[in-house]
Design a protein around this ligand. Structure first.
Ligand SMILES: NC(=O)c1ccc[n+]([C@@H]2O[C@H](COP(=O)([O-])OP(=O)(O)OC[C@H]3O[C@@H](n4cnc5c(N)ncnc54)[C@H](O)[C@@H]3O)[C@@H](O)[C@H]2O)c1
Ligand SMILES: [Zn+2]
Ligand SMILES: [Zn+2]
Length: 385
């Protein structure tokens, strides 16, 4: 089959690799009909997460079931499914507790309670390095899907691939941020980052009762997208001090909720970059620092942007003084996906309006380049094999 293979940072190629096979009775093989490139893929592409062996990337994908193992009961050949990005067994302590990203079965080599930089990692993820299980991903013609009765969800035929594809990752991720915020109604929600995840968080904020939604980014074309698809007010962080701007909009207090939908690859000054090098840090917490400064006292900072290492000068004193509630982590996609599918089906949530590029899988390397460098107005790419 053809697949997008990561070789080394900035070197991804579409190649012929061996077809995946059923390895466990609970596996299924899915023929991919659509996949996408996620901001999280960029952390591998840019070398922020190490991967030494060639690996098929991709954790946002959907398709048709073409084969099932002998132990698969619910899923049938021919079913059209979306597949949540965390690989979860459905039976362990964490899966039972609705924390599929922490499944203690799906990443036997590198799993552990610590959450270190290279050891004690979480559960397996599709196409997301050896540290997260070494599973081949979905930017391919075929994928092996473990625990096929727990992850994949059937989708109604009348919804197109583009309407449901983002239920596998970015929509539940945006929803997670807003769910963690615990909105009661009327709050001001500021979202740092108007990439795909930030845009989904902005849409979800309205749905969950926000009174005001502010999107922040440094790319004008992405801010325009936020205005168009999420009706957000926007702030360009290069033009004004974003913290002062948010305070000015909120009677000096700060926003009730500041979502970090940027993560460790935040754009930052040369001085900050040098400081990261001196402290041997992987990326920076610059976006998180902005969120913590811009949130009001007693506010909430949901962190769905990815961070991969310990960081110096973590502002714990500020978090304490302002009594900020902080929650971070991978989205528990399985917990929310059914509810979100209903919202998409009922027309309450639209996600395909963020798609800017449709490319054949063979052009995926070009897709990585324009998504990473923010060229050609790229916000979200759909790949079709
Ligand atoms: N928690 C999860 O389960 C989960 C799931 C999917 C993605 N993610 C993570 O979410 C983050 C965003 O993903 P994405 O797909 O939207 O990626 P993206 O890279 O397209 O979006 C990030 C956006 O942040 C902007 N930005 C950079 N520095 C900024 C700053 N200082 N302030 C405000 N905006 C800034 C960039 O211009 C860009 O538009 C990534 O870290 C990704 O790994 C997490
Ligand atoms: Zn992702
Ligand atoms: Zn499990």
């Amino acid at each position: 089959m053809k697949a997008l293979v990561f070789h080394k940072p900035l070197d991804v190629r579409v190649e012929t690799v061996s077809d995946p096979k059923i390895e466990e009775p609970t596996d299924a093989i899915v023929r991919v009909t659509a996949s996408s490139i996620c901001g999280s893929d960029l952390h591998i592409y840019n070398g922020f997460f190490p991967q030494r062996k060639p690996l098929v990337l991709g954790h946002e994908f959907m398709g048709i079931v073409v084969e099932v193992g002998s132990g698969v009961k619910k899923l049938k050949v021919g079913n059209r499914v979306i597949v949540p990005f965390p690989i979860a067994c459905g039976r362990c302590y964490f899966c039972q507790a609705d924390l599929p990203g922490h499944c203690d079965q799906s990443n036997p080599k590198h799993y552990g309670p610590e959450g270190g930089t290279v050891e004690g990692k979480g559960g397996g993820l599709f196409g997301y390095t050896e540290l997260y299980g070494g599973y081949q991903g979905g930017q391919a013609e075929l994928v092996r899907v473990p625990y096929a009765d727990f992850g994949p969800r059937r989708v109604p035929d009348r919804l197109t691939d583009e309407q449901v594809l983002f239920l596998t990752d970015i929509l539940p991720t945006g929803w997670t941020a807003i769910d963690w915020a615990g909105l009661k109604g009327g709050e001001t929600v500021a979202v740092f980052g108007c990439g795909p995840v930030g845009l989904m968080a902005q849409k979800c904020a309205w749905l969950r009762g926000a009174g005001r939604v502010i999107g922040l980014d440094r790319e004008d074309y992405r801010l325009q997208k936020a205005q168009q698809v999420a009706r957000s007010e926007t702030i360009n962080i290069e033009e004004v001090d974003p913290v002062e701007a948010i305070r000015a909009m909120t009677g000096g207090r700060g926003a009730d909720v500041c979502v970090d939908a940027v993560g460790m690859e935040a754009h930052r000054s040369f001085l900050k970059k040098m400081s990261n090098v001196i402290h041997a840090q992987v990326g920076s917490i610059h976006a998180l620092e902005l969120a913590l400064s811009a949130v009001r006292r007693g506010g909430v900072v949901p962190v769905v942007g990815v961070y991969g290492a310990p960081y110096d000068k973590f502002p714990l004193g500020q978090i304490f003084d302002k009594a900020i509630r902080l929650q971070a982590g991978q989205a528990p996609v399985h917990r929310y996906v059914d509810e979100l599918l209903k919202l998409v089906e009922g027309g309450k949530l639209q996600t395909d309006d963020i798609i800017t590029h449709r490319l054949p899988l063979s052009r995926a390397p070009h897709g990585y380049e324009i998504f990473c460098k923010k060229l050609e107005g790229c916000v979200k790419i759909v790949l079709t094999p």
